[in-house]
Design a protein around this ligand. Structure first.
Ligand code: GN1
Ligand code: MG
Length: 360
C-alpha cells in the first residue's frame, strides 16, 4: 500500500532528495509524525533506513541560516567515542540546507540500530537519559556563547509566556475561554506562586532546550543512550531547563496529552536513577545550578502547559494538533504533573544534594 505522505507527493519528495548530495536516489519515505513543529521523513534505501529528511517550520524558526549554523557548530563539538555523531548531508549548493519553493529542507544521517521511547518505566533508561544529557553538556561546556543565535528568542522565558497567555486570553472566543476555565484559573494562581522559582543568575550554557525523552536516541541492541536529536533549539539557556524538560517526560509514565490524570505519575525511582545518570558527568556543574534543578522540574512542565493553553486559546496556530482539543488536554496534563512535581519539591532537593556534590 502506498504510504500516506501528508502534504507531499512521492514525486515531490524525490525531487527534494535530488537537491542534496545523496548517492542513493531510489528511496522510500516514511513520515515520522511524533513532532509538533517540523515535517519529518525517514528515508530508506534497500530496506535500510539511512537518512532523516526534514522541512523546517519557517513560521516558527525565522532565522534558518542562524539555526543551521548553530546545529553545524554544535555537531562539531559533539564528538566523542561515547556519543554518536549525526551528520548533516550538504545540499548541492554546499549549504547545510536547501531553500526550495516548498520551504527549507535538510537531511541528516540516520543512526542505525537506534530507537526512541516516548515514555518509560525502566530505571536503566532513566539513568541513560541523564548520562547522555550530562555528556552533551560536557562536550559543549567550552562552546562560545556568542557564536550561537537564539533560534527562538526567550524560548523558556516565563515572563514572555505569561504575556503571550494574557494576550491570548483577552482575545479568545467565549467558548474557548469557558472550556479552558480551570486551566486559566490554575495558570493565574500558579504564576503568582511560581514566578519566583525562575532563576536568571546562573551560568549561561549552550543547551539543547528540548530534552524530552523521545529526543534521545537509544541503541536497540545495547539499550545505551547514543545521542540527542532534534537540535533546532540548541542555543543559550540554563542547565535546569534541560533537566526539567527531561524529567517531565521520564518520571511521568503517561504521555503528554494523557486525559486520565490518575495515570500521571512522579516515579521517585526514575527520578533518582535519572539524577544518578546526570552525576556521571556532573562535575562541571556549580552548586547554584545543582540547587536550581528541582525548580526546573516544576517550571518546565508549567511553562509547556501555558504554551499549550495559549495555543488552544489562539485556535491552534503554533502546534500541529491531531484533534481539536489536544492543546487543552496537553495543558491540563502538564499542569497535573506540575502539581505532582511541586509536592515532591523537598524530596527532589534531598536527592540532588546527596547525588550531585559539586566539585567547584
Ligand atoms: C515541540 O515538535 P517537537 O515535539 O519537537 C516544542 C517543544 C516541546 C514539544 C512537546 C520549537 O517540539 O518545546 O517540548 O513540542 N518545540 C518548539 O511539548 O516549540
Ligand atoms: Mg523539537
Amino acid at each position: 500500500m502506498a504510504e500516506n505522505l501528508g502534504h507531499y507527493s512521492l514525486k515531490e519528495l524525490h525531487e527534494i532528495l535530488k537537491e542534496f548530495k545523496v548517492a542513493e536516489q531510489n528511496c522510500i519515505f516514511k513520515p515520522l509524525t511524533a513532532g509538533y513543529i517540523n515535517d519529518t521523513f525517514l528515508v530508506s534505501h534497500d530496506e535500510h533506513p539511512s537518512y532523516i529528511l526534514q522541512r523546517i517550520n519557517h513560521n516558527i524558526f525565522e532565522d534558518i541560516e542562524g539555526l543551521m549554523t548553530n546545529i553545524d557548530r554544535a555537531l562539531k563539538g559533539l564528538k566523542a567515542v561515547d556519543y554518536k555523531q549525526i551528520k548533516l548531508i550538504p545540499a548541492n549548493s554546499g549549504k547545510t540546507y536547501a531553500s526550495l519553493p516548498s520551504g527549507y529542507w535538510r537531511i541528516m544521517t540516520f543512526i542505525s540500530d537506534s530507537t526512541t521511547h516516548n515514555t518509560t518505566i525502566a530505571p536503566d533508561i532513566a539513568f541513560e537519559a541523564g548520562r547522555i544529557i550530562g555528556k552533551f553538556h560536557v562536550l559543549l561546556n567550552d562552546a562560545k556563547l556568542n557564536q550561537f543565535v537564539d533560534t527562538i528568542p526567550k524560548f523558556h522565558d516565563l515572563e514572555l509566556r505569561k504575556m503571550q497567555f494574557l494576550a491570548a486570553k483577552a482575545k479568545t472566543s467565549k467558548e474557548r475561554r469557558g472550556a479552558a476555565k480551570n486551566a486559566i484559573a490554575f495558570t493565574l494562581k500558579m504564576l503568582a506562586k511560581l514566578e519566583s522559582l525562575a532563576q536568571t543568575d546562573l551560568p549561561v550554557r549552550i543547551c539543547h532546550n528540548d530534552t524530552k525523552l523521545n529526543n534521545i536516541l537509544f541503541s536497540k541492541s545495547t539499550k545505551k543512550a547514543l545521542c540527542l536529536i532534534d537540535l533546532d533549539t540548541i542555543m543559550k539557556g540554563y542547565f535546569y531547563y534541560d533537566v526539567g524538560d527531561a524529567v517531565r517526560t521520564i518520571v511521568n509514565t503517561a504521555p503528554e496529552d494523557e486525559q486520565d490524570h490518575s495515570k500521571i505519575t512522579f516515579q521517585k525511582k526514575l527520578f533518582e536513577t535519572f539524577i544518578e545518570g546526570i552525576a556521571m558527568h556532573g562535575a562541571f556543574l556549580s552548586k547554584e545550578e545543582i540547587m536550581a534543578l528541582p525548580s526546573g522540574v516544576i517550571l518546565m512542565p508549567f511553562l509547556h502547559g501555558i504554551r499549550a493553553l495559549t495555543d488552544y486559546l489562539n485556535n491552534n496556530i503554533y502546534y500541529k494538533v491531531s484533534y481539536e482539543n489536544q492543546n487543552l488536554d496537553r495543558c491540563l496534563s502538564l499542569f497535573d504533573f506540575t502539581k505532582k512535581a511541586l509536592e515532591n519539591l523537598d524530596y527532589m532537593k534531598k536527592i540532588v544534594e546527596s547525588s550531585l556534590p559539586p566539585l567547584k
